[in-house]
Design a protein around this ligand. Structure first.
Ligand code: FES
Length: 279
């Protein structure tokens, strides 16, 4: 897996596919829908439950006598539902870092082979060739299982589409921390401060002050260098790297590629000094 991460020979294909995905999925609404912004969670891993569940069920049903129709239905369901799951995955993949895209490309290729084998299995079953359909389905399950293993590496080792900011909290002490003199804090401007080596941004709006982790949950971009924009009537910080946007009065993700909210920290004012702590 480490060799795949470092294999630059995958880049020409990956770069071409990335351009194709970005030029095909151009609308912000479509991209946000596929990232899972509306869900507050990446959509792709949720969607793959349907094909994986259907295909594993088909593998079990194929071992039972008199269950040809049930097995054919499950293979059809798995194959059809793999297509939107793949589109959501490609939408996430196009916004990943280069080493993650290399692994993602091999993950996608394994799964594409799996889908092709299942499509062949479905075609064979519909022509009455159930033995061939079963064999192709078991080969498809093998290819999809390799794809799932690689997807696990992408998620759990390379942390693709996992919040990059939340682990920052583990480096903060439990106490209240003084971060700014409230009277000196400018209105409606992002100010960056450090709390136990953890970067946070402060945003004052009248008497309300938001304290938010500074690392973007998508790929650790510096939100403190981002712009404040009004989106859907709410002041939002827009990441300077790939444009994810988060509401400054709640941390909710408004635009992807990030699919998770950004963490806010509690605040209090003691003798004119703004303090913050762990949630
Ligand atoms: S790092 Fe990608 S949107 Fe912030």
């Amino acid at each position: 897996m480490n060799k795949i991460e470092q294999n630059a020979a995958l880049d020409p294909v990956g770069d071409r596919l990335q351009r194709a995905v970005q030029s095909t999925l151009r609308g912000q609404r479509v991209r946000d829908l596929l990232h899972g912004v509306w869900l507050g969670h990446p959509l792709h891993p949720a969607m793959v439950q349907v094909p994986v569940g259907a295909w594993i069920s088909a593998a079990v049903v194929d071992l039972l006598p008199g269950q040809r129709r049930a097995a054919t239905t499950l293979v059809a369901l798995g194959t059809a539902s793999a297509v939107p799951a793949a589109v959501a995955g490609l939408n996430d993949w196009a916004g990943l870092a280069r080493d993650q895209r290399r692994v993602g490309l091999v993950h996608a290729a394994s799964n594409a082979i799996g889908v092709a084998l299942y499509a062949g299995s479905l075609a064979a079953r519909m022509r009455g060739r159930h033995g061939m359909g079963r064999a192709l389905a078991y080969l498809g399950l093998s290819a999809a299982s390799v794809g799932a293993y690689i997807g696990g590496h992408l998620a759990y080792k390379q942390a693709a589409q996992v919040s990059q900011s939340i682990s920052e909290l583990h480096r903060m002490g439990d106490d209240w921390h003084s971060v700014a003199d409230l009277a000196a804090l400018p209105e409606r401007k992002l100010v960056t401060r450090e709390v136990d080596d953890v970067s946070v941004i402060l945003y004052r709006h009248g008497d309300e002050v938001t304290v938010m982790l500074e690392r973007c949950p998508h790929q650790s971009g510096p939100l403190g260098e981002g712009e404040v924009q009004e989106i859907n009537g709410h002041a939002c910080v827009v990441c300077p790297w790939h444009g994810s946007a988060f509401r400054l009065n709640g941390g909710e993700v408004v635009h992807g590629p990030a699919a998770t909210d950004q963490q806010l920290l509690p605040t209090r004012v003691v003798d004119g000094i703004l303090q913050t702590k762990l949630p």
